[in-house]
Design a protein around this ligand. Structure first.
Ligand SMILES: [Zn+2]
Length: 234
């Protein structure tokens, strides 16, 4: 995990104007957090360059960062941002980060560890959690802002996991379209690990650029998971 302090200049170079450490005495970790935010942005930048999407990274994908002590505080901040009733229930027990309205928000590393011990025990897990959220914004930028074209949930979540280089427990491999289909339909614990395995299966046949294009077209996205679609598998 990178711990070097970042100068304000380096943060600005990464397009970040402000880092707010919210609601707890974690101010001393500001530079450490800043370094990890910059490292997360770099992970996505390199991924974009690798796939010829550097255009989508020309403009900064976020400019504010907020770090929260607890999941509840993060959720309340998201609700406030969208002017939703403060009593609205959290949609997932795994909520750990978000990037909305150009603001990257996350729980602090220790909290992430307690929410998702199976993911957070890997080195750089928190940096890659941030990268995951930035990865979603890259995806949207590739689609020129059209969130509707991100495809099914399994696809855009797997895209973000891949972009961030997240390690999601023991490696998992699918070897048939039937396994992929069952894997992405199962939304229970470990879903992202299955989504990523599904994407890796699809990458045996298509490039990621092709998949991003196909996932955005409803008919094509369904075809990708059609069991008897020899055209897809040939
Ligand atoms: Zn996600």
């Amino acid at each position: 995990m990178q711990k070097t302090a970042q100068s304000p200049g380096q943060l600005r170079a990464a397009g970040i104007n402000q880092i707010v450490i919210c609601n707890f005495c974690d101010e001393k970790r500001r530079f450490g957090y800043a370094a990890e935010v910059v490292a997360a942005e770099q992970i996505i930048r390199e991924f974009a360059e690798q796939h010829g999407w550097q255009e989508a990274m020309k403009e900064p994908l976020f400019d504010h960062v907020e770090i929260y002590e607890t999941q509840e505080l993060l959720w309340k901040a998201i609700l406030r941002m969208h002017q939703l009733p403060i009593t609205t229930e959290m949609p997932t027990t795994g909520l750990a980060a978000a990037l909305e309205k150009r603001k990257l928000m996350a729980v602090r590393p220790q909290t992430y560890q307690s929410i998702r011990p199976e993911y957070a025990s890997h080195s750089q897990a928190w940096t890659r959690l941030l990268a995951h959220e930035i990865g979603h914004r890259l995806h949207v930028a590739i689609l020129k802002g059209n969130e509707e074209a991100m495809g099914p949930t399994w696809f855009f979540e797997a895209f973000a996991c891949l972009a961030a280089g997240q390690r999601l427990g023991e490696p998992l491999e699918f070897n048939s379209l039937a396994e992929v289909k069952a894997g992405v339909e199962d939304k229970g614990p470990g879903a992202y690990r299955r989504y990523l395995a599904a994407l890796h299966f699809m990458l045996r046949k298509y490039s990621l650029r092709q998949l991003v294009q196909k996932a955005g077209v409803a008919r094509e996205a369904v075809k990708l998971l059609a069991e008897d679609n020899s055209e897809v598998l040939e």
